[in-house]
Design a protein. Structure first.
Length: 270
């Protein structure tokens, strides 16, 4: 079992979830250390996204617990997760397609609004100050991710790769302590995946945000991850650096079958 330290931001202990007769996650334990990039890998159906859904409070665990900054997370309602400092992207992009990039990013500032409905309707001095602050925060994220040319564009008209970056930007606008990235390279070409690696490194280095990622592309995993948690059939089979996990016999078996005797090449684990 992982040993929790003072640098632990999120701690999962003995997580299990059952859907009817299917045990999707079984006795999963790991820690996310403050300031690191930790990646969950595994074949399709390994339970990676289910773990994300447990952290996001979309699902309730059947067994086990999750703590964020030492506080029980499973006692929190789903709508409180962003305010606690956890933001998330999805495998399938979830944006307001008929709104502009700027307006989508401003949605990410909603958890930081302190003015009431009446102040917003009358656009009082406090509401104006809050709007200016929100715009300033959003513009910093636009600059960080080089979205200046797309600021006023409608999301529906943007290429898929740009929309991926917009979804990442909206998550950053919530000013998270922990960023959950669910397959950030899915649907991207080689160049766009390289850009995504660059953004993830900048997010950690410049913003100090801890990243927990689900990813199939091992070239991206190896480039940005400090540690990797390998899962198979709902269970953790290995935890270590990307190189250590790729050499682990249980990971080899999960990807290539028990008859294989060599570690999979990065391109084989996708």
């Amino acid at each position: 079992m992982p040993t929790q330290t003072t640098d632990t931001l999120l701690s999962a202990r003995h997580l299990g979830v059952r859907f009817g007769g299917v045990l999707a996650v079984n006795d999963v334990s790991f820690d996310v250390r403050r300031g690191e990039v930790l990646t969950l890998i595994g074949p399709n159906g390994a339970g990676k996204t289910t773990v994300f859904n447990l952290i996001s409070r979309i699902y309730n665990p059947t067994t086990g617990s999750i703590a964020f900054e030492g506080r029980p997370l499973t006692r929190q309602p789903p709508h409180r997760i962003a305010a606690l400092g956890i933001a998330r992207t999805f495998q399938n992009i979830e944006l307001f397609e008929h709104a502009s990039v700027l307006h989508n990013l401003l949605v990410g500032r909603h958890t930081h609004r302190r003015t009431g409905v009446l102040h917003d309707m009358l656009f009082t001095r406090s509401a104006r100050a809050a709007e200016v602050e929100a715009r300033e925060k959003v513009e910093r994220v636009i600059d960080l991710l080089d979205l200046q040319h797309h600021r006023d564009a409608t999301v529906a008209g943007l290429p898929y790769g740009v929309r991926k970056v917009v979804e990442l930007a909206r998550a950053l606008c919530t000013e998270p302590k922990l960023l959950l990235l669910d397959e950030p390279s899915s649907g991207l070409n080689v160049e766009e995946t390289g850009d995504m690696a660059f953004w993830i490194q900048d997010i950690r280095a410049e913003l100090g945000i801890t990243v927990l990622m689900v990813e199939h592309d091992m070239s991206l995993v190896s480039r940005v991850s400090d540690r990797v948690v390998a899962m198979n059939q709902g269970e953790v089979v290995a935890i270590g650096t990307p190189a250590q996990v790729q050499r682990d016999a249980r990971v080899v078996e999960a990807y290539l079958g028990p008859s294989e005797g060599v570690a999979p090449a990065p391109e084989a684990i996708r």
